[in-house]
Design a protein around this ligand. Structure first.
Ligand code: HAX
Length: 589
């Protein structure tokens, strides 16, 4: 008995215990990360679940929830000044730390994916493990090519990419396991399987889209000796080692940009319904196709192209560039490649591409224009005064680097961006399933709701008022209860109550004040009385209008406005003055 249990214990030991080193596969490594992470999150929710992280203002609600901290993404985080950090490492740090291809200087995607998933810097063996996982899955089903061939060649390459991804949805291990009843907590494993499968196939698919849209349409088979990124360049038809390097760099720089950008958020949102990675990534790619997002890199080159044509000079001077930038802004258009929703400095991805260009093609004509724009645009945007960030983002540079290496088909640039971004968003898709991420369901509201919400009293105003007169406090309470009643659809009865209260208040308040006026001979009594009368008349007029026409929302807003006017002009100044006067004379007497 004892013997057999010892044997089974020994057999159950993970390999790395027996050999004194970590011999586990990629998936086993991921498995070991799950419990510690879940424990950290459970601890946070159990002990600090009520801690407030972010408030949201009305401006933020209308402004795309900018800056509202309301989602989790562990794979990367964006610092407004420093730029993106993948798993806590800055891009320059990772360019140093991540394994490279023999003779290359740029990080290998296989190592980056390992880092994004595990949070650890990979060893060469880890890179090989991921490489093997990808190679095993890189066969693209024939029907994907057939589906692509059924599409017009001039259809946007992003649409083709999205279609190709969806066409493979039927192969999803995630969906298959879900249908077979796999418990939710285990679904991360088929999610990882699908993610590896998609990543493995993406270079072949993207390269085919490139070749059928712009070249002879012939497929180039993957070279099993090349890494993931270099293979993409190879299958597009580029054998130059420098092109392999720039594609490696491009794939490294665009891999992730925390969770709130449109692509990442879309993948997370769709994934939260337990749609599989094929559905989720295809949806994310549709968002990436937008001009304010991934399409910006191609727009930069289009814009530069138009500038060169309009100026009639392939090498415009800085003065000519300045004029064109102003012309663009004055015609109400954006300067593509500049500005960012979060970043407030030059994007480190831009800097990395610039360094590559300085090393490999410092005299390139287009690079010179891109450099001149870097010198000219930030100052102009500052003077223009709208953009919160005048500095260039990655898109200001990426197109020009591809262009230098004869990848001149602007519409394809976003596909390259998408292939790269798949690494980050799929890594997070897997983690979201690992952590049992909830279905996303924020609450939406209407403008009318917000209008009625702001009827809640301004507390600082109320504090001043309470000091003067308890009647004011009662008035505020009435108003609050009116607003609450309005939200529950019972305002009709309350609004009449409020009008009645306000009229009584004015009469009672005035008669009280009158006694003091007479006693202390208050100098501005007439003006004070006039304001009270005006307030009461306004109140009666609103009440009559309400009785005639109804219309609760508008009325609630008008009543609120009337009270704000009264308190700011009358209570906060006239009543305060009066209170001070009474205090001083009563002290004297
Ligand atoms: N040129 C002119 N005006 C600009 C501008 C630019 N490059 N960047 C911002 N502005 C304007 C905005 O249009 C906005 O004007 P309105 O108030 O009239 O709407 C104002 O400045 C404030 O905008 P912001 O808060 O600074 O920027 P947003 O967060 O609203 O938008 C964008 C960020 C990146 C979309 C914006 O800077 C932009 O459109 N830039 C040009 C397009 C671009 O480079 N996009 C790629 C961004 C990186 C990315 O996501 N890649 O995928």
């Amino acid at each position: 008995m004892l013997k057999s249990s010892v044997i089974s214990l020994v057999l159950k030991q993970p390999k790395y215990y027996r050999y004194g080193e970590d011999m586990s596969t990629f998936k086993e490594k991921v498995t070991r990360l799950v419990d510690p992470m879940k424990n950290r999150i459970d601890h946070l929710i159990t002990n600090y679940g009520d801690v407030k992280v972010s408030d949201v203002t009305i401006a933020q609600i209308y402004g795309g929830t900018r800056g509202v901290k309301s989602m989790i993404c562990e794979t990367s985080m964006l610092d407004p000044d420093e730029g993106i950090r993948y798993r806590g490492y800055s891009l320059p740090e990772l360019i140093e730390l991540l394994p490279k291809a023999t003779g290359g200087k740029q990080p290998l995607a296989e190592g980056l994916f390992y880092l994004l998933i595990t949070g650890n810097i990979p060893k060469d063996t880890d890179v090989q493990d991921v490489g093997k996982e990808l190679q095993q899955r890189n066969q693209v089903p024939e029907y994907v090519f057939t589906a692509l061939d059924a599409l017009p060649k001039d259809l946007s390459p992003m649409t083709q990419l999205s279609v190709a991804l969806l066409s493979m949805q039927g192969t999803s291990e995630f969906s298959s396991q879900f249908r077979k009843g796999m418990p939710r907590k285990d679904l991360w494993a088929p999610a990882l399987e699908d993610s590896l499968s998609i990543l493995a196939k993406l270079p072949t698919i993207a390269a085919y889209i490139y070749r059928r849209s712009y070249k002879d349409g012939k497929r180039i088979e993957p070279d099993q000796n090349l890494d993931w990124a270099a293979n993409l360049a190879h299958m597009m038809g580029f054998e130059d080692k420098e092109v392999h390097e720039i594609i490696r760099l491009f794939m490294f720089l665009h891999a992730d940009h925390e969770g709130g950008n449109v692509t990442a958020h879309t993948v997370q949102l769709v994934g939260s319904t337990l749609s599989d990675p094929f559905y989720a990534l295809s949806a994310g790619m549709n968002g990436l196709a937008g001009p304010l997002h991934g399409m910006a890199n191609q727009q930069v080159l289009q814009w530069i192209d138009n500038m060169r044509k309009e100026i009639g000079n392939g090498n415009p001077t800085k003065e000519e560039i300045e004029k064109y930038v102003w012309k663009t802004l004055n015609s109400g258009r954006l300067i593509p490649g500049f500005g960012h929703a979060v970043l407030r400095k030059t994007d480190p991805r831009y800097t990395a591409l610039r360094e590559f260009a300085l090393e490999h093609f410092p005299d390139d004509e287009l690079f010179k224009i891109v450099s001149d724009l870097y010198e000219v645009v930030p100052d102009i945007l500052r003077i223009h005064g709208k953009a919160k960030n005048p500095w260039p983002n990655v898109d200001a540079h990426s197109g020009s680097v591809l262009y230098h290496y004869n990848i001149k088909e602007f519409d394809f640039y976003t596909v390259l961006f998408g292939v790269s971004r798949a690494q980050g968003v799929l890594a997070w898709y897997v983690w979201a399933r690992l952590l049992g991420a909830s279905l996303e369901r924020p609450k939406s509201i209407t403008t009318e709701y917000l209008e009625s919400l702001v009827l809640h009293w301004d507390e600082s105003l109320a504090v001043g008022i309470f000091e003067i007169d308890n009647d004011h406090k009662a008035m505020i309470e009435q108003l609050q209860s009116l607003i609450e009643a309005y939200h529950t659809g019972k305002a009709d009865h309350k609004i009449l109550e409020l009008f009645g209260f306000l009229e009584n208040y004015v009469d009672k308040h005035l008669s009280l004040e009158e006694q003091y006026m007479e006693k202390y001979n208050y100098p501005d009594y007439d003006e004070h009385k006039r304001q009270h009368k005006e307030f009461k008349d306004h109140c009666c007029a609103l009440r009559d209008e309400y009785k005639d026409k109804g219309g609760t929302t508008r009325l609630v807003i008008l009543v609120k406005q009337m009270l704000v006017d009264h308190f700011t002009t009358h209570v906060s100044t006239v009543d305060k003055k009066m209170a001070e006067f009474f205090k001083s004379v009563s002290h004297v007497s």
